[in-house]
Design a protein around this ligand. Structure first.
Ligand code: ADP
Length: 154
């Protein structure tokens, strides 16, 4: 049976840190579904359409990577993909503390298992919210984001 894992996130924007988690995930799983969560309460810097196009440009031609968006509970989206596996990246202890509660709740609600990959040290400082700040202030984000020209403001 092929193992499908969902990598959920806001990906506003999708960074080289996220990219590495997907590539390493593919060494463990047969398919990674990158799932962009859309929360109506949140203001995103980059439009959903441009985030999808951006991620698609990075994994172009790879059949084992799918890009989808979803609203609502992550566990419901995960079940709808006929899997019970979530992939997340851990940069530091703040990520761990945040992720632990969510992973425990997801397991409690729907028997969803979370698999964590520890970030490569060189990529652990890459943070989407800092990148948004750099971009808003006219800085260059190309060091942190592959194919950044695909990203358009909301
Ligand atoms: P969310 O809003 O769900 O936290 P993000 O887009 O910020 O979504 O992150 C999605 C996942 O990617 C999370 O598991 C996060 O910890 C992980 N992540 C974020 N930045 C990095 C990075 N530089 N290296 C590895 N994992 C990362």
């Amino acid at each position: 049976m092929s193992k499908v894992v969902v990598f959920p996130g806001s990906f506003d924007p999708f960074t080289k840190g996220h990219e590495e988690i997907v590539n390493r995930g593919l060494e463990i799983f047969d398919k990674v579904i990158i799932a962009i969560g859309e929360n109506s309460q949140k203001n995103y810097l980059f439009s959903l359409e441009s985030r999808i196009q951006h991620i698609a440009s990075i994994f172009e031609g790879m059949e084992n990577v799918e890009i989808k968006s979803f609203t609502g509970l992550t566990v419901d989206f995960v079940s709808a993909q006929n899997t019970n596996l979530i992939l997340r990246g851990l940069r530091n202890s703040s990520d761990f503390n945040f992720e632990r509660t969510i992973a425990q709740m997801n397991h409690e609600i729907k028997d969803v298992e979370s698999v964590f990959l520890m970030t490569t040290p060189e990529l652990s400082a890459i943070n989407s919210s800092v990148i948004r700040d750099i971009k808003k202030n006219g800085g260059d984000i190309s060091k942190f984001v592959t194919n950044d020209h695909f990203l358009a403001y909301n």
